[in-house]
Design a protein around this ligand. Structure first.
Ligand code: 6PG
Length: 252
């Protein structure tokens, strides 16, 4: 099965399709050019969704990679009031903290035209991620699904969203039958307790975009795509499933 075709007018520098999978890889000359291509792509997909069904739903990640993308996307002229945006994961810190993903999204994405979008954060008033999990699950249950686009990043250890290798609840977060939208997790080697969308929730999307930059991340990606059956890199559960198309966008 081939990955979903690129839209008309799309001009990637290269595009490869991994045989027998739903995964495609598109590369670009620079991180900025990649962000421009992605902003056009995501805005187009959300606009199509609004035309087709009257609403669109976007899931975004934190980290530093999406910063230029958020700035560019915020200026796209689409029907933002009809678009819901939530997070793939959140650090359990106050939303005014600069480590908060909600803070990042409010500062860079929910600006300009996109200020009119409906944002649903994952952080609530519970003192711990574990005690805030049920409320977060219920809020996510009320969101329209499937999502139109889920944007994920990837860490050097092969984590994605807050699905960290070695995390105590990783198996539960990857369980396709858990019935849970989100889980509270403690990363073994990264700061902050987190709330992460579970694998079944992340996959409940028309497409997943894996947005990564730099030579080091490319090596991590190559390792994740290699024929290795071990589950030590949680991003593999996104790359190796057969349900949702995954488009990897990479630039040096
Ligand atoms: C987070 C994330 C996380 C991120 C990767 C990549 O909040 O930390 O959602 O999964 O996407 O760690 O982060 P960078 O873009 O900073 O490399």
């Amino acid at each position: 099965m081939l990955g979903i075709p690129p839209p008309v007018g799309y001009n990637p520098v290269t595009q490869e399709t991994m045989t027998e999978s739903l995964v495609t890889l598109q590369t670009s000359a620079s991180a900025w050019e990649l962000a421009e291509i992605l902003a056009d792509e995501i805005a187009g997909c959300l606009a199509e969704a609004v035309t087709a069904k009257g609403w669109g739903a976007l899931v975004v990640s934190g980290g530093s990679t999406p910063e230029p993308l958020f700035r560019l996307l915020s200026r796209k002229k689409i029907a933002w009031p009809k678009i819901s945006i939530t997070l793939a994961d959140e650090r359990w810190v106050d939303i005014s903290d600069s480590s908060s993903n909600e803070h990042l999204v409010r500062s860079l994405l929910l600006q300009n035209d996109a200020a009119a979008a409906r944002f649903i954060g994952l952080k609530n008033s519970a003192s711990t991620a574990a005690s805030g999990e049920q409320e977060c699950h219920e809020i996510l249950s009320a969101l329209p699904r499937p999502f139109d686009v889920v944007i994920l990043g990837m860490g050097d250890d092969g984590h994605t969203a807050s699905l960290f290798p070695g995390a105590v609840r990783l198996a539960e977060a990857l369980d396709m039958k858990s019935g849970r939208n989100c889980l509270a997790v403690t990363p073994p080697d990264a700061p902050f307790d987190r709330m992460t969308l579970t694998l079944p929730t992340l996959l409940d999307s028309r497409q997943i975009i894996l947005h990564i930059t730099g030579g080091r991340k490319k090596k991590v990606l190559d390792r994740a795509l290699a024929e290795d059956t071990s589950n030590e890199m949680p991003v593999r559960s996104i790359l190796r499933q057969q349900r949702t198309p995954v488009r990897i966008f990479w630039a040096p």
